[in-house]
Ligand binder design. Structure first.
Ligand code: NAD
Length: 411
């Protein structure tokens, strides 16, 4: 199933509950603008390579459009379109004044040198600088992109428009970034996992957690949950997966990954397992924090975790989601669960516009407050309407965008 079809199913469930008519559904689902650009660059070898870049601006009813930029070999327009609409509902769920967008370049970042990645990034900005901007559409990091990539984006954008640090978020702290932005998505995932465990009446210390993906989101989630005395029993990335029933040494694994080019391969502190064994392992909480579409109708029946925390975007396809709902597996949906990143990006944007520096304590405090409030609203709505947390989150998000659209009027 295509990513946008999966999204449509989740959207329609919420739209049915909200009693939205077909014309309004069409308006809310249709992206404002989709761009595809050619990015020719000279490689270090002197050869020319041509990449394809995308930016989809889905909706700006509630404010400038906001969304990550993904570098991955499987990036395509349909996936970016689906992720852009998720951003619209996500910013609305946490009630920050943004719409939704997403971008990506189809490339494998591990196969390019830093200089090559910089050239690709700057060339992409050359193509889209007139379409983005602090009041229009603000990119941020996503899979395969880092704070360094965001710094190149700001620097290249400045060449056309002058000093504009708010044109992109997720920048290095020393280059107009926000203390705490890098950890924010994982911190939010960890925080909301604890809130969910408490709401479900489960004891937090000793909770057995498995995490797929050990990049930005996976590492910070693991660290937060370890600090809360959860036991991280399985961790994996694209290169290797490890298990230890007594708990993995998360801090040592993070140090290892940082010294090993971002990869877990070769780590010695746990039993090596397969990608599938990680997903199917006996744990209390399973956290997909890598790619989308990993939980499907084929493998859902093998998942043993009673709680799934969607740190990644769109990790569960609708058939698997329906199955989990039916057998009582609780799924904390992506549009709430990983909203910590965009929320901290908003703080960074505010800080840049005020030419002021926020401190780490303030960032954490505000982040925890906003995510906590959104969680309670989603939880209450799910309880009152007797719907899943995903449908409740979509109802909250889609409902807010619908109201803003109606209030703004359509000429
Ligand atoms: P990242 O590039 O820092 O890390 C991705 C991780 O996934 C790496 O450890 C990589 O090895 C692993 N991975 C890739 N393919 C895999 C596979 N087939 N099997 C197992 N592991 C695999 O990316 P990130 O920023 O941590 O993003 C992870 C997910 O979280 C994505 O779905 C992204 O859209 C979502 N997300 C990220 C942010 C953010 O602020 N970075 C915010 C919201 C959502």
């Amino acid at each position: 199933m295509r990513s946008s079809e999966a999204n449509r199913i989740y959207f329609d469930r919420a739209a049915d509950q909200l009693d939205l008519n077909e014309n309004m559904r069409q308006l809310l689902l249709t992206p404002r603008r989709e761009v595809q650009v050619q990015i020719p660059v000279e490689l270090d070898s002197g050869a020319i390579a041509t990449f394809i870049g995308y930016r989809v601006q889905h909706n700006n009813a509630r404010g400038p459009m906001k969304g990550g930029l993904r570098y991955h070999s499987q990036v395509d327009l349909d996936e970016i379109r689906a992720l852009a609409s998720l951003m619209t509902w996500k910013t609305a769920v946490v009630n920050i004044p943004y719409g939704g967008a997403k971008g990506g370049i189809a490339l494998d970042p591990t196969s390019l040198s830093t200089r090559e990645l910089e050239r690709v990034t700057r060339r992409f900005v050359d193509n889209v600088h007139d379409l983005i901007g602090p009041d229009v559409d603000i990119p941020a990091p996503d899979m395969g992109t880092s704070s360094e990539v965001m710094a190149w984006i700001m620097n290249q954008y400045d060449k056309f428009h002058g000093f504009s640090p708010a044109c992109v978020t997720g920048k290095p702290v020393e280059y107009h970034g926000l203390p705490g932005r890098e950890e924010a998505t994982g911190r939010g995932v960890g925080l909301l996992t604890l809130k969910l465990l408490s709401r479900l009446g489960r004891r937090i210390p000793g909770t057995r957690v498995a995490i797929q993906g050990f990049g930005n989101v996976g590492t910070h989630t693991a660290k937060f949950l370890r600090d809360a005395e959860c036991r991280i029993i399985a961790v994996g990335d694209a290169t290797a997966n490890f298990h230890s029933e007594k708990g993995l040494d998360v801090l040592e694994m993070i140090r290892y990954v940082h010294s090993n080019g971002g990869a877990l391969a070769g780590y010695k502190g746990g039993d090596a397992i397969s990608h599938q064994e990680l997903l199917f392992c006996n744990c209390d909480v399973l956290i997909p924090a890598a790619l989308g579409g990993v939980l499907t109708s084929e493998n859902a029946g093998h998942i043993k975790a009673p709680i799934i925390i969607e740190a990644a975007n769109a990790p569960t396809n609708p058939a698997a989601d329906a199955f989990f709902d039916e057998i009582g597996v609780t799924v904390l949906p992506d549009i709430l669960c990983n909203a910590g990143g965009v929320t901290a990006s908003w703080f960074e944007w505010v800080q840049n516009r005020q030419h002021y520096q926020w401190g780490m304590n303030r960032v954490r405090q505000e982040l925890d407050r906003i995510l906590g409030e959104a969680f309670e609203q989603v939880w209450q709505l799910a309880s009152t309407k007797k719907v899943s947390l995903r449908t409740a989150a979509f109802m909250l998000g889609v409902g807010r965008v619908h109201r803003a659209t109606a209030l703004g009027g359509i000429e």
